[in-house]
Design a protein around this ligand. Structure first.
Ligand code: NDP
Ligand code: 1BO
Length: 319
C-alpha cells in the first residue's frame, strides 16, 4: 500500500516501497507524445509537486525532459528527491547495446544515474524497422544476456532499479528463472477499461511493484466521459481525471498520467488527501468492457511471416 509523507512545502505525497527498498512516488508525469516536455516537466516538478517523471529513448523527448529536470534542479530541487524512469528500446535488446543505450539516455537527460531503467517491450526490432514490421525485422532476444547487462548497470550504480514493461505472466516467470537482481517494477497498460488483473496478481505474488500506464485511457479511449467515472467524480466533487488516477493508486499501483497542459498536470496530482469509497471503487472495478489500447500490433505483428502473427501471439494468448 502507498505510504504518505509530507514534502518540504508541507504537501502530502504518496509513494510505494520497491523490492530494493527505494521509494517510487505514486504519481509520475508521462511524456509519450508530449508536445513541450521541457515546460511540462518543469511545471510538474516546480508548480505541481511531482517528483517522478516517466520517459523513454523511443519517445524522442529525452533532451527536452532533461532540460526541464535541469531547470528544476537549478531552482534548488534536489536530484535525490526525484525519481526518473527511462526505457531500453527494442533495437537495443542485445548484450552489446544495453550499456551504450543507457549512456545515451543519461547524456540526453543530463543525469549521471537513473532511478529506474525498464525493458520497453520484450521483442527485438532491427534498426529502422517498419510499422508494421517487414519479414525478419522482429525477433526474440537473448534474455539472459540482456538481463545480466541490466544487472551490471545496477551494480555499477548507473541505475538504482531495473524492470520491464508489457510483459505477460509467462514472460515474467521466464525472467524470474534467470534473474539475480529481481525486476523491481513491471509497467503495463492499466485503467478501468483494461484492468490487466492477471498481471497485477502475478506481480503482487512476487512483490514486484506495478506502474499503470495510460491511466486515463491514453488518447484513444474516452474514460473521462465514462458514465460510471463521471458519476463517481460528481459524487466526490472531483474531476474524472482525478478519479482515474486515484483509482490506480487505490489498486496499489503507481501511475504516470501525461498532459501537455499545466492545469491538467496540477489537477492530476491532487489526489492525496481523499479516497474513493469502497462501493464506488468497486463500481469502477466492475466496468465490463475490457480492451487494450496499446496492443502492440502495429509495432510487432507480421501476419504472414511472424514470428508474432497476431496480437494474441504478442501477449502469449493470455487474456
Ligand atoms: P494517459 O492515459 O496519460 O492519457 C493522456 C491523454 O489524456 C492525453 O490526450 C491528455 O491530453 C489527456 N489528459 C491528461 N490529463 C487529463 C485530464 N485531467 N482530463 C482530461 N484529459 C486529460 O496516456 P498515455 O498513453 O500518455 O500514458 C501515460 C504515460 O505512460 C505515457 O505518457 C508514457 O510515459 C507511459 N507509457 C508507457 C508505455 C510503455 O510501453 N511502457 C506505453 C504507453 C504509455 P493533453 O496532453 O492534451 O492534456
Ligand atoms: C512506441 C512506444 C509506446 C509507448 O511507450
Amino acid at each position: 500500500m502507498a505510504q504518505m509523507t509530507i514534502d518540504p512545502q508541507g504537501e502530502k505525497i504518496e509513494s510505494f516501497v520497491l523490492l530494493s527498498g527505494h521509494k517510487i512516488p505514486a504519481i509520475g508525469l508521462g511524456t509519450w507524445r508530449a508536445h513541450n516536455a521541457r515546460d511540462s516537466v518543469f511545471t510538474a516538478i516546480l508548480e505541481a509537486g511531482y517528483r517522478h517523471v516517466d520517459t523513454a529513448a523511443e519517445y524522442g523527448v529525452q533532451d527536452e525532459v532533461g532540460h526541464g529536470i535541469k531547470a528544476a534542479i537549478h531552482t534548488g530541487v534536489e536530484r535525490s528527491t526525484l525519481f526518473i524512469t527511462s526505457k531500453l528500446w527494442c533495437c537495443d535488446l542485445s548484450t552489446e547495446r544495453v550499456r551504450p543505450a543507457l549512456m545515451k539516455t543519461l547524456n540526453e537527460l543530463q543525469l549521471d544515474y537513473l532511478d529506474l531503467y525498464l525493458i520497453h517491450w520484450p521483442f527485438r526490432l532491427k534498426d529502422g524497422a517498419s510499422r508494421p514490421p517487414k519479414a525478419g525485422e522482429v525477433s526474440d532476444f537473448d534474455w539472459e544476456g540482456v538481463w545480466i547487462e541490466m544487472e551490471k548497470l545496477v551494480k555499477d550504480k548507473l541505475v538504482r532499479d531495473i524492470g520491464v514493461c508489457n510483459f505477460t505472466v509467462k514472460k515474467l516467470n521466464k525472467l524470474l528463472d534467470i534473474a539475480e537482481i529481481m525486476p523491481s517494477v513491471c509497467q503495463m497498460e492499466m485503467h478501468p477499461g483494461w484492468r490487466n488483473e492477471k498481471m497485477l496478481e502475478a506481480c503482487k505474488k512476487n512483490n514486484i511493484h506495478v506502474t499503470a500506464y495510460s491511466p486515463l485511457g491514453s488518447r484513444e479511449v474516452d474514460l473521462i466521459h465514462h458514465p460510471v467515472v463521471e458519476r463517481v467524480a460528481g459524487k466526490l466533487n472531483k474531476t474524472a481525471g482525478q478519479v482515474l488516477v486515484r483509482w490506480a493508486i487505490q489498486r496499489g499501483t503507481s501511475t504516470i498520467p501525461k498532459s501537455d497542459h499545466s492545469e491538467r498536470i496540477k489537477e492530476n496530482i491532487k489526489v492525496f488527501s481523499w479516497e474513493i469509497p469502497e462501493k464506488d471503487f468497486q463500481a469502477i472495478c466492475d466496468i465490463p468492457d475490457q480492451m487494450r489500447v496499446l496492443d502492440g500490433e502495429e509495432l510487432f505483428v507480421n501476419k504472414s511471416d511472424g514470428p508474432y502473427k497476431s496480437v494474441a501471439d504478442i501477449w502469449d494468448h493470455e487474456i
